[in-house]
Design a protein around this ligand. Structure first.
Ligand code: DAT
Ligand code: MG
Length: 158
């Protein structure tokens, strides 16, 4: 199953100079970038993005953190992209995330956890629409895609 997911390299990833290393994890996994923008996110957009968490005690701090500096917003595409990306990211809290994952390798912080990734097909659809216009999502083939995604992958369901 070919899916798309929304990934955000959060302000701490940009400020700590980790964009390249984090992006490499996704590229090495065989996922394809179909859209990207570097942006200081407007507060209203962050509030909308994290709407499912509205009312939780960490919500105001989360919105502050996400608006503190530029972020790199990306849409990735690939086989089982949503679950694959979540596994690459690791558990939500840096100190709990397994070594080998992005969060597990690069942060011990609870909330300042470097990267966002959609957690389901529904949230991926909602979040991608929030950050990108349809024409900003590129359709192209990677030269090595026959070696990273089989016909079986395309047909399979998760
Ligand atoms: P994830 O980013 O792994 O999908 P989430 O959607 O549950 O996690 O929460 C969104 C972000 O909010 C998360 O990346 C970090 C922050 N957060 C979540 N729970 C928190 C908590 N209990 N204390 C502080 N920050 C929290
Ligand atoms: Mg989440």
């Amino acid at each position: 199953m070919i899916e798309r997911t929304l990934i955000i390299l959060k302000p701490d990833a940009v400020q700590r100079g980790l964009m390249g290393r984090i992006l490499t994890r996704f590229e090495e996994k065989g996922l394809k970038v179909v859209a990207t923008k570097l942006q200081v996110l407007p507060r209203a957009l962050v509030e909308k993005h994290y709407e499912p968490h509205k009312g939780k005690p960490f919500y105001p701090g989360l919105v502050d953190y996400m608006t503190k500096g530029p972020v790199l917003v990306l849409c990735f595409e690939g086989p089982f992209c949503i679950e694959a990306s979540r596994k690459l990211m690791g558990a939500t809290f840096g100190y709990k995330a397994e070594p080998g994952t992005i969060r597990g390798d690069f942060t011990a912080s609870k909330g300042m956890n470097l990267v966002h990734g959609s957690d389901s097909p529904e949230s991926a659809r909602r979040e991608i629409e929030l950050f990108f216009k349809p024409e900003e999502l590129l359709n192209y083939e990677l030269q090595n895609s026959p070696w990273m995604c089989s016909d079986e992958d395309r047909k399979a369901t998760s």
